[in-house]
Ligand binder design. Structure first.
Ligand code: DX5
Ligand code: ZN
Length: 218
C-alpha cells in the first residue's frame, strides 16, 4: 500500500528577518506546504518574535499557506489582526486565556483553527476542542525558541490524541512542532502525525528541497 504524504511546513523563527525575502523565495520554490509563523508575546513564553504587521508585510512575497502559531497569553485580542494580515490558519494554546472563544472567533472569519498543547499539558484538556478545530498541534519542545531537542516522551500523548481524533469522526489534522528532523519526523508519523513543522533542521540543509521531500515521505 502506498503511504500518504505528510504535510510539511517551515518555521522561519530561526531565520534572519532582515533577509526574509530570500527565505520566502526558497520556500516558494520548494515543495513545502506552508509557512509556520511563531508569534510570541514575552509573557506566555520567554521570548518575543513579531506581530501582525510583520505577517502583513511578508504576505505578498509568499505564495504558500500561512499557518500562524499564537504563543500569547491573551490571544483573542489579536485574532482579527492576524486574519487581516493574511493568515490562512491560526492556532492558540489550550493553556491561554479564553482559548475556546478565540477558536470560535478564528472560525467565524472562515480561517482554519487549531489548538496547541504544551509538553506538560495532558491530552484530555483538548477533548472539547475536537468538536470544532481543524487541527491539533502537540509541542514537542517547550515553546519559545527554535533549535531545541525533540521530547520523545510526547509520543505517547501524540498517539493518544490520534486515537481521540479517530473516535471524534471528524477530519482533524495532527501536527507536531519542535525539534523535527528526519528521525523525529518518522517517529511522529508512526504515532499518527500527518503535519510536520520544521525549523532549524531544515534551514541547515544544503539541499533544502531534497530534505522537504524526505520529510514528506517520513
Ligand atoms: C517553538 C516554535 C517552533 C520552533 C520550531 O516555540 O513554536 O515552531 O520554532 O523550530 P525547530 O524545528 O527549530 O524546533
Ligand atoms: Zn511554532
Amino acid at each position: 500500500m502506498k503511504k500518504n504524504k505528510v504535510l510539511v511546513g517551515a518555521s522561519i523563527l530561526s531565520e534572519d528577518f532582515f533577509d526574509i525575502q530570500k527565505t520566502l523565495k526558497k520556500i516558494n520554490s520548494s515543495d513545502l506546504d506552508f509557512v509556520h509563523l511563531d508569534v510570541m508575546d514575552g509573557v506566555f513564553v520567554p521570548n518575543i518574535s513579531f506581530g501582525p504587521a510583520f505577517v502583513k508585510n511578508i504576505r505578498p512575497y509568499s505564495k504558500k499557506f500561512f499557518d500562524v502559531h499564537l504563543m500569547l497569553s491573551d490571544p483573542i485580542k489579536y485574532v482579527e489582526k492576524f486574519v487581516e494580515a493574511g493568515a490562512d490558519a491560526i492556532s492558540v494554546h489550550v493553556e491561554a486565556k479564553k482559548a475556546l472563544q478565540s477558536i470560535k472567533l478564528i472560525k467565524s472569519f472562515g480561517v482554519k483553527c487549531g489548538i496547541v498543547l504544551n509538553p506538560k499539558t495532558s491530552a484530555k484538556k483538548i477533548k472539547k476542542y475536537l468538536k470544532i478545530v481543524d487541527y491539533v498541534m502537540v509541542m514537542t519542545v517547550e515553546p519559545g525558541f527554535g533549535g531545541q531537542k525533540f521530547m520523545e516522551k510526547q509520543l505517547g500523548k501524540i498517539s493518544k490524541i490520534s486515537d481521540m481524533i479517530k473516535k471524534s469522526g471528524r477530519k482533524i489534522l495532527l501536527s507536531v512542532d519542535g525539534g523535527i528532523n528526519l528521525d523525529t519526523a518518522k517517529l511522529s508519523v508512526k504515532n499518527g502525525v500527518n503535519v510536520l513543522v520544521c525549523g532549524s533542521f531544515l534551514f541547515k540543509q544544503k539541499n533544502f528541497n531534497d530534505t522537504v521531500k524526505k520529510l514528506k515521505l517520513a
